[in-house]
Ligand binder design. Structure first.
Ligand code: AMP
Ligand code: MG
Length: 428
């Protein structure tokens, strides 16, 4: 569906916007303010919800746990029965097991042999772990000072209280969330529909896997790195192949992509020499800006909205260099796609590691270097920049544990300085 969209207006609302040296955070702010989350919702089985975005709050229909219960194997008693001085000696009334509650009463002055997870008997509020207890016949002796009243008891509803929000809408569901939903007895949840992302590579020199490699050509790797990064995000991926460097072919591919997807990602063809016809095609199809981002590796990046035959899609035009594709994806496209998926914004955690060497850096741009981590004897992590940082060198991307992020205002980091590392393992 075509929606009216005024990119220039959005841009004018972002402070510090300078198209010639656009800060990474300003470009992100424009994208986040522009893209609309998908609104359609579907009910899916709990296991099918892994990696999906919750569409509505999950409100707990029950208390979890449903009863006060024991956190230990031991003896349940009344805190009031604990002697102020000396041992406490109590009669053992019976046994309570997990799933098999003790049916009788536990009168004042007595205790119940209880196992972890068993319901606390009425009146009892404390569990003494069995290793502290001496048992003789039908009595249990508890030395002074081993517990306080209320210890080792899990309270009804302490994990999730009935009627309270257990998970908020916008949460990207992780394994713990699936367990949590199951703990509420729910078999299904409402999630946003998957985001459809179409991509193609552009360049006359590109060959697809399976084709012969003609002189001067390279195999297209971007459609594989992009596929991997999008699959990790849980997107529905539409691969439109390689498109030659000619305006008609690019326009046809852009139209196909716009008509079948929510988001279109292209790689290649946005550098200064090639961008001219792409620019005119894009301006016919919608509203697109070409940015020079203050980052390295960083090349022009196109962003905007395309329209074709009553459909619209967000466009991310990435540079062609394989490393630049991955870095711009992680820096911009991924956060924007998460927003499009309906996910609530989350900070991207980074590891602070000790730099193994001097990392030269100019202030006024964000730099990303591929880094290898190793543990130091003092328990901290050390990071070293991999030798070949060329923006076409995918092998160093493959070896790296993450990207050393040298922030916009940062200057050269000396050996021993702490630097931020964006871990690939943390990127879903
Ligand atoms: P471009 O941004 O089109 O000027 O491309 C920059 C560099 O990246 C050139 O060396 C291209 O051959 C290379 N390149 C562009 N697209 C791809 C791709 N899909 N796979 C591998 N290399 C590519
Ligand atoms: Mg090219």
């Amino acid at each position: 569906m075509t929606s009216p969209f005024d990119l220039q207006h959005v841009i004018s609302c972002v402070s510090g916007y300078d198209p010639n040296a656009l800060r990474v955070d300003a470009a992100l702010a424009v994208m986040q303010a522009s893209v609309q989350p998908v609104s359609a919702v579907e009910r899916v089985a709990v296991r099918a919800a892994l990696g999906r975005v919750l569409a509505q709050d999950v409100v707990s229909p029950i208390d979890v746990p449903a009863h006060d219960n024991s956190a230990m194997d031991g003896y349940a008693l009344r805190g009031d029965d604990l002697a102020a001085q000396g041992d406490t000696v109590l009669a053992v009334a019976g046994r309570g097991l997990a799933g098999h509650a003790y049916a009788g009463d536990v009168a004042p002055g007595s205790a119940l042999r209880i196992m972890t997870g068993a319901i606390m008997p009425a009146g009892c509020d404390t569990v003494v772990p069995q290793e502290f207890c001496r048992v003789e016949g039908d009595t249990v002796t508890i030395p002074q000072g081993v517990v306080r009243a209320g210890d080792n008891r899990r309270l009804r509803g302490e994990d999730l209280a009935r009627g309270k929000t257990a998970l908020p809408a916008g949460k990207l569901l992780r394994p713990a969330d699936l367990g949590l939903i199951a703990s509420l007895g729910m078999a299904e949840v409402s999630v946003r529909r998957r985001l459809r992302v179409a991509f193609f590579s552009s360049g006359d020199e590109l060959r697809s896997v399976g084709q012969p490699l003609d002189a001067g050509c390279v195999y297209d790797s971007n459609r594989y790195t992009l596929w991997g990064m999008l699959e990790r995000l849980g997107c529905e991926v539409i691969d439109l192949g390689v498109v030659p460097d000619n305006p008609q072919a690019v326009e046809a591919a852009l139209r196909t992509a716009t008509e079948c997807a929510d988001v279109v990602i292209t790689s290649g063809g946005v550098s200064v020499g090639e961008a001219d016809y792409l620019r005119s095609t894009l301006s016919r199809m919608g509203e697109v800006v070409f940015w020079r981002i203050a980052m390295r590796p960083g090349r022009p990046l196109a962003f905007g909205q395309l329209r074709s035959d009553g459909h619209s899609a967000w466009l991310f035009g990435l540079p062609g260099n394989p490393v630049a594709v991955m870095v711009t994806f992680y820096a911009f496209v991924r956060p924007a796609l998460l927003h499009c998926m309906g996910a609530s914004p989350q900070p991207q955690p980074m590891l602070r590691a000790v730099s193994a060497q001097t990392l030269r850096k100019k202030p006024g741009r964000t730099e990303y270097q591929r880094g290898l981590l190793s543990p130091l004897p003092d328990g901290r992590w050390q990071v070293s920049a991999i030798g070949n940082q060329g923006s076409g060198v995918l092998s160093s991307m493959s070896q790296a544990h993450g990207l050393i992020v040298l922030h916009h205002d940062q200057t050269t980091a000396q050996a021993g300085d702490l630097v931020d590392v964006l871990l690939f393992e943390g990127l879903v």
